[in-house]
Design a protein around this ligand. Structure first.
Ligand SMILES: *[C@@H]1O[C@H](CO)[C@@H](O)[C@H](O)[C@H]1NC(C)=O
Ligand SMILES: *[C@@H]1O[C@H](CO)[C@@H](O)[C@H](O)[C@H]1NC(C)=O
Ligand SMILES: *[C@@H]1O[C@H](CO)[C@@H](O)[C@H](O)[C@H]1NC(C)=O
Ligand SMILES: *[C@@H]1O[C@H](CO)[C@@H](O)[C@H](O)[C@H]1NC(C)=O
Ligand SMILES: *[C@@H]1O[C@H](CO)[C@@H](O)[C@H](O)[C@H]1NC(C)=O
Length: 628
C-alpha cells in the first residue's frame, strides 16, 4: 500500500472513536450525569457527587476498553476504516434521527389513509372485468394472479380472484397527495408459500405531474403493515413505462428495529424533487404496472399447521402537481450484468467473494443523498451479502481487471440453471483487504469511493427474530403465530460522499457476497435462493445539464469494453427526436424505427457498447394476453 494512504486510517480511528464515544456519552454517561445534577431521586449533595464520580469512572473504563477494541478492529477491517474516513457530514446522522424521520413519515401516511380512505369511506373497488366501463375501458387493467403452495416448488398453482381497492388522497392544497391501491385478498398458509399478482395499467393519480415516493408492503386486514416475519416481500416491482424497478420493495426493505423497522417500506424523496409523469396530449404517455410476490414464511410441517392468514398487497405512490416547486429528477437502478438466470441474478460463491459492474452516466449530474430517506438504497439477498462500495471510476482505473475473475467453483447445484459467462467472482483470501490494496494502488485510488454499505452490529443487514408459538391468548392473530427463530433480511445503511459526474464518466459498483460466519448459517432461506444474488444500487439523480437524464436501469459488465444493457422509459424522448414523435408513435413500425435510432443515440451518449431493452406498452399487453 502507498504510504500516503496511511494517514487516512489514522483519521478514521479518531473519527470512529469520536462517534463511539459520543454514543457512550449519550447512552450511558448523560443520563447518569443528568440525574446527578438535577438532584432527581438522589437527595443529598454527597450522593450527587458520588454519582458524578462513578459516572466519570465508568467513562474512563469505557474509554480504555474502547482503545483496545479499536486496535483489534483496525487490524482486520482495513477498508471499513478507510471508508468511514470519507463519511460525508450529511450522512453522519445518528440512528435515532433516522429512525424518527422514517417513523414520522409512515405515521403521516397512516393518519391520512385512516382518516380519509377508511373513516370517510373513500376506497373505490375495481374488479378486473373485461366489460369495465370506467376510464380504463380501452386500456384494460389486466390482473394475473397465481398462488402456489410453495415458493420452492410451485408445481401446484391455482388462480384466484382478487379485487383492487383504490383511494386517492389529496393534501389540503389539492396539489399533492397519495394514490393507494390495495390488492387482494391473499390467504397465507405458511411454509414459504407463494402469492403472485400482476396488474398492468395500474390506475394513476389524476392530477399528478410528478411522483415523489412510494409505500409498497404487505398489509393485514386491519391495515397494519406486515413485518418480516411473517411475510416476505419477495419483490414488489412498480414499473414506470417499461422501467421495471422504478419503485420497488424487496425482502430486505424493512430496516432493523432501531433504524425504523417496517417504516422503511416507505421511501419518499426529499422535498422539492420528483420523477416527472407524462399524462398530456402527446402521442406517448407514461403507464404504470405492478407485479409482486409475497411469501408466508411461517413454520409449516408435519407437526404445525398455521392458521390461514389474510393479507393484501398495498401499493402506493406519492404525487405532486407543483410544477413551480418540484425539480424534475431521474431514477437509476445500477445492476450487475447477468445472462440467463431469472431477473438477472448471479450465482456467487459460498465463501466471501467480490464481483462488480460498470457503466457510464448519460448526462452531467449529481446523486441525491439523503440517508433519512434511504437515498441511495441497495438491494441484495442479505443472508449472503456483507458490503458494497461504489466508485467514481472504471474497474480498470481501480485495478479491477477481468484477470482476477474466476468461475464460481463451489456452487453448481443451483436450480437456477447452469453457470453462465457472468457467474464470475474474485475470491482472494481476505476480500476486503485485497480490494482495499488493489484500489489504494490504482490510478483513481481510494479517494474515488463515493457510496458504501458495510454490515455491522449497528447497521444490520440480518436481524435475529425470536420464534413464536401457535395460538394463545397473547398470540391470538394468525400473523403473530409460528414464526421461526431466525435471521431475517434488513436494509442496512448506505453512506455516501457527494457524487457529481459528467456525461460519459464511469461508475463501478463492487459487491461482497458469500456466507458471513457471524450468522453461523442457520438461515432458512439458503435452500431457496441457492446463492443467487442481486447487487442493485438504486438512486435518484439530478441533471445539471440542459436535458433531463433518463430514468433507467443499467446492467453493467466487468470492463469498459463490455456491453451494458439499458432499460429506458418508453416515454424518454431525447430532444433530437422530439420533432418526430408523431411519426414514431403512430405505429409499430414507427416504434421499431424509434428504438433503432434511440439505440444509436444512446451508444453515442454513453460512449460504450449498449443493448437497449425497450419494453413498449403494446408488447406488454400482447404478452399478457397470451395468459388469458
Ligand atoms: C390524466 O389522466 C387522467 C386519468 O387518470 C385523465 O382523466 C386526465 O384527463 C389526464 N390529464 C391530461 C391532461 O391528459
Ligand atoms: C460441481 O462442484 C463439485 C464440488 O465442488 C465439483 O467437484 C464438480 O467438478 C463441479 N461440477 C462442475 C460441472 O463444475
Ligand atoms: C428472544 O429470546 C431470548 C432467549 O429466549 C431472550 O433472551 C430475548 O429477550 C428474546 N428477545 C425478545 C425481543 O423477546
Ligand atoms: C453453528 O450451528 C451449529 C448447528 O446449529 C452448532 O452445532 C454449532 O455449534 C454452531 N457454531 C457456532 C460457532 O456457534
Ligand atoms: C428534427 O430535428 C433534428 C435536429 O434536432 C433535425 O436534424 C431533423 O432534420 C428534424 N427532423 C424533422 C423531420 O424536422
Amino acid at each position: 500500500m502507498k504510504t500516503n494512504e496511511t494517514p487516512i486510517i489514522t483519521i478514521t480511528i479518531k473519527k470512529l472513536r469520536e462517534r463511539f464515544l459520543w454514543n457512550f456519552i449519550e447512552v450511558l454517561f448523560l443520563p447518569v450525569a443528568k440525574e446527578a445534577l438535577m438532584g432527581g431521586g438522589l437527595g443529598t449533595r454527597g450522593v450527587r457527587s458520588a454519582a458524578i464520580s462513578s459516572a466519570a469512572l465508568l467513562f474512563v473504563i469505557l474509554l480504555f476498553t474502547f482503545r483496545t477494541k479499536v486496535q483489534l478492529f483496525s487490524a482486520n477491517e482495513g477498508l471499513l476504516l478507510s471508508v468511514a474516513a470519507r463519511d460525508g457530514s450529511q450522512t453522519r446522522l445518528r440512528p435515532e434521527q433516522k429512525k424518527n424521520a422514517r417513523e414520522h413519515k409512515l405515521d403521516e401516511y397512516m393518519k391520512q389513509r385512516k382518516g380519509y380512505c377508511d373513516e370517510q369511506g373513500k376506497w373505490t373497488t375495481l374488479t378486473f372485468d373485461e366489460n369495465d366501463e370506467s376510464e380504463y375501458k380501452n386500456k384494460k387493467v389486466i390482473a394475473y394472479s397465481e398462488y402456489a403452495d410453495s415458493q420452492f416448488d410451485p408445481t401446484l398453482t391455482e388462480e384466484r380472484t382478487v379485487v383492487m381497492q383504490t383511494c386517492e388522497i389529496e393534501d389540503k392544497d389539492g396539489e399533492s397527495g397519495w394514490i393507494i391501491h390495495r390488492i387482494g385478498p391473499m390467504v397465507g398458509i405458511g411454509g414459504y408459500d407463494r402469492h403472485e399478482i400482476t396488474v398492468i395499467n395500474l390506475p394513476h393519480p389524476h392530477k399528478a405531474k410528478f411522483f415523489t415516493g412510494k409505500m409498497m408492503a404487505p398489509v393485514y386486514k386491519n391495515g397494519e403493515l406486515a413485518g418480516f416475519p411473517p411475510l416476505h416481500s419477495h419483490h414488489v416491482m412498480l414499473g414506470f413505462s417499461g422501467v421495471k424497478h422504478a419503485f420497488e420493495s424487496h425482502g430486505d426493505a424493512p430496516c432493523s428495529e432501531d433504524l425504523g423497522g417496517e417504516s422503511c417500506y416507505l421511501i419518499s424523496y426529499p422535498d422539492g424533487y420528483g420523477l416527472p409523469f407524462i399524462n398530456e396530449s402527446v402521442p406517448y404517455r407514461d403507464e404504470l404496472m405492478v407485479n409482486f410476490i409475497f411469501n408466508d414464511v411461517r413454520r409449516r410441517n408435519e407437526n404445525v399447521t398455521p392458521h390461514p392468514m389474510l393479507f393484501y398487497g398495498e401499493v402506493a405512490l406519492k404525487w405532486s402537481a407543483k410544477v413551480d416547486e418540484i425539480k424534475p429528477v431521474s431514477m437509476a437502478a445500477l445492476h450487475m450484468r447477468g445472462q440467463y438466470h431469472g431477473y438477472v441474478a448471479n450465482i456467487v460463491t459460498k465463501r466471501p467473494s467480490l464481483r462488480w459492474s460498470t457503466g457510464t452516466w448519460p448526462v452531467d449530474g449529481k446523486i441525491i443523498i439523503s440517508p433519512e430517506d434511504q437515498l441511495p438504497w441497495f438491494h441484495a439477498h442479505r443472508s449472503y451479502f456483507t458490503a458494497f462500495w461504489a466508485f467514481a471510476a472504471s474497474p480498470e482505473e481501480l485495478g479491477l481487471t477481468t484477470k482476477l475473475l474466476r468461475k464460481v467453483d463451489d456452487n453448481n447445484q443451483t436450480r437456477n440453471g447452469k453457470l453462465d459467462k457472468f457467474d464470475l467472482v474474485w475470491t482472494p483470501d481476505d476480500p476486503i483487504r485485497a480490494l482495499e490494496e488493489k484500489v489504494a494502488q490504482s490510478k483513481k485510488g481510494l479517494k474515488s469511493l463515493r457510496c458504501w454499505l458495510v454490515a455491522s452490529d449497528e447497521e444490520k443487514v440480518l436481524e435475529y427474530v425470536n420464534e413464536t408459538a401457535g395460538f394463545s391468548p397473547e398470540l391470538s392473530e394468525p400473523w403473530q403465530q409460528n414464526w421461526k427463530g431466525s435471521w431475517y433480511d434488513r436494509a442496512g445503511e448506505v453512506h455516501c460522499n457527494p457524487w457529481s459526474f459528467e456525461k460519459g464518466d464511469r461508475y463501478t459498483v463492487v459487491g461482497m457476497n458469500g456466507i458471513d460466519d457471524r450468522y453461523n448459517w442457520t438461515h432458512d432461506q439458503s435452500d431457496f435462493f441457492t446463492m443467487m444474488q442481486h447487487n442493485i444500487l438504486f438512486l435518484l439523480y439530478e441533471t445539471t445539464g440542459p436535458e433531463l437524464g433518463p430514468t433507467m436501469e443499467m446492467f453493467g459488465g466487468f470492463n469498459t469494453q463490455g456491453e451494458t444493457k439499458i432499460m429506458l422509459k418508453w416515454s424518454y424522448i431525447p430532444s433530437v427526436f422530439k420533432n418526430r414523435t408523431d411519426y414514431f408513435f403512430q405505429s409499430k413500425t414507427g416504434l421499431k424505427k424509434f428504438e433503432g435510432e434511440l439505440s444509436q443515440h444512446m451508444k453515442m451518449v454513453l460512449q460504450s457498447d449498449i443493448g437497449l431493452l425497450h419494453d413498449p406498452f403494446w408488447q406488454l399487453q400482447e404478452w399478457f394476453q397470451k395468459y388469458e
